[in-house]
Design a protein around this ligand. Structure first.
Ligand SMILES: Cc1ncc(COP(=O)(O)O)c(C=O)c1O
Length: 411
């Protein structure tokens, strides 16, 4: 296999019609939304081709549904030595829809929906946090922030006081509270250790907080880094606390346009019920072709992923090196997973401000013609992380270098 990220030229990538390649004007280099510039996995192409040509484009049947869940279970077994029980799992169109559905499944059944003044559920998140957790999943619920520490790992004291507050508010309003865990973490790429997750599990038991673990990036773990599935953690694996893992082949294999995902509850009755109670209009099932494509990816993508992760790690060192050289006062975080680099350009904000910008990302789009993802989107208010950018490294070394050269021409 040649280098995946060097397969397509810039001109070829510009022929793509997806969001990444069409949102900005053609003079802007797009290193933003979570899409990868890789070729597809052959097994996915063959599967989609075979079923499309056969006209097999009807409704998803139970066998294909089961096989997708089993392919995910087996994938986890091979990669993390932990195969979750998928007996009570449910499919959804995508991870955010699944998270939204299960959040409602948890909170609606524990809340007094007739009392208009009552809080209908409490959701704890940790900023910087993937924007749809707040803008979609938790809409209509009370949101409490438990910001991560400076190294983007948990700050256990902060987490505990947020859980205590969440439990108090939930009790006063006769409702329930939950925490959305991003494991591994987008945007920083940090991978919580087993010990950290055990501490989280203990806090969740102490304050009766259900944990919804978004693990969609779990296949994007850099070489020699260990990922711990939340459902495998002591206490959680015995079903002592309510937890649900959210999985999909969408991120690891660049299949976001082929929508399929699943919610896998822990053995606790509360988690099983929450998944079962997720409203059908939110947890609508996945598509037939998408499910078959994801199954092929989970079953046949190990070699592709190994190559991908080593190229991503190399891209991270390339970008980190260029940034350290060109912008020595920028703070770079890359915690060993995902294809993101989270960069704080606070030391350079004066340059952006002098041009009338209070957002580094907006400044760089207009002035350097490079689009990264807006740091402020990862805050609750839109006011924090204005000097931060999230760089998408799932591209060629040439485009990473070109993008950072352009940044260098204005900073
Ligand atoms: C942490 C996280 N969760 C969910 C998603 C979106 O997944 P889906 O397209 O399956 O909703 C993303 C996409 O980048 C993500 O980073």
């Amino acid at each position: 296999m040649g280098r995946l990220f060097e397969t397509f030229s810039l001109d070829e990538l510009r022929l793509r019609t997806s969001e990444k390649w069409t949102h900005y004007a053609v003079d802007v280099l797009p290193l933003w939304v979570a899409e990868m510039d890789t070729p597809p996995l052959d097994a996915v192409v063959q599967t989609v081709d075979k079923h499309l040509r056969a006209g097999d484009t009807g409704y998803l049947n139970g066998t294909n549904e089961r096989q997708y869940m089993e392919s995910c279970r087996n994938f986890c077994g091979r990669h993390f030595s932990f195969a979750p029980n998928v007996e009570h799992a449910r499919l959804a169109q995508d991870v955010i829809t699944a998270l939204t559905g299960v959040t409602h499944g948890f909170l609606n059944s524990h809340s007094d929906l007739t009392d208009n003044n009552a809080v209908k559920g409490v959701v704890v998140v940790s900023t910087p946090c993937y924007p749809p957790f707040v803008r979609r999943v938790s809409l209509g619920f009370e949101i409490i922030d438990a910001p991560l520490a400076e190294d983007y790992h948990f700050d256990l004291q902060t987490l505990e006081s947020a859980f205590e507050k969440a439990q108090r508010l939930a009790t006063e309003n006769k409702t329930r509270a939950l925490y959305i865990l991003c494991n591994p973490h987008n945007p920083s790429g940090t991978v919580p250790t087993r010990v950290e997750l055990e501490k989280l599990a203990k806090l969740s038991a102490k304050y009766d907080i259900a944990v919804l673990a978004d693990e969609v990036h779990c296949s994007l773990i850099h070489p020699n880094v260990e990922f711990t599935p939340y459902l495998s953690v002591t206490g959680v694996n015995a079903g002592e606390t309510d937890a649900v893992s959210f999985q999909s082949a969408s991120k690891g294999f660049n299949l976001s346009g082929l929508k399929a995902a699943m919610a896998i509850p822990s053995a606790s009755q509360g988690a099983v019920d929450a998944v079962a109670n997720a409203p059908g209009e939110l947890l609508a099932s996945a598509g037939q072709i998408a499910t078959l494509a994801h199954t092929a990816a989970f079953n046949k993508g190990d070699e592709f992923l190994a190559q991908l992760n080593s190229e991503i790690a190399e891209n991270a060192s390339l970008a980190g090196g260029i940034i350290a050289h060109k912008f020595p006062n920028a703070k770079v975080t890359q915690g060993g997973s995902t294809y993101f680099l989270w960069v704080d350009f606070s030391a350079y904000m004066d340059i952006a401000r002098a041009k009338g910008y209070d957002s580094m990302t907006k400044f760089l789009i207009d002035e350097a013609k490079v689009a990264f993802t807006n740091g402020e989107n990862f805050s609750l208010t839109g006011n924090e992380f204005r000097s931060f950018v999230r760089i998408n490294l799932a591209t060629s070394r040439q485009l990473i270098t070109l993008a950072l050269d352009r940044v260098g021409s204005v900073l």
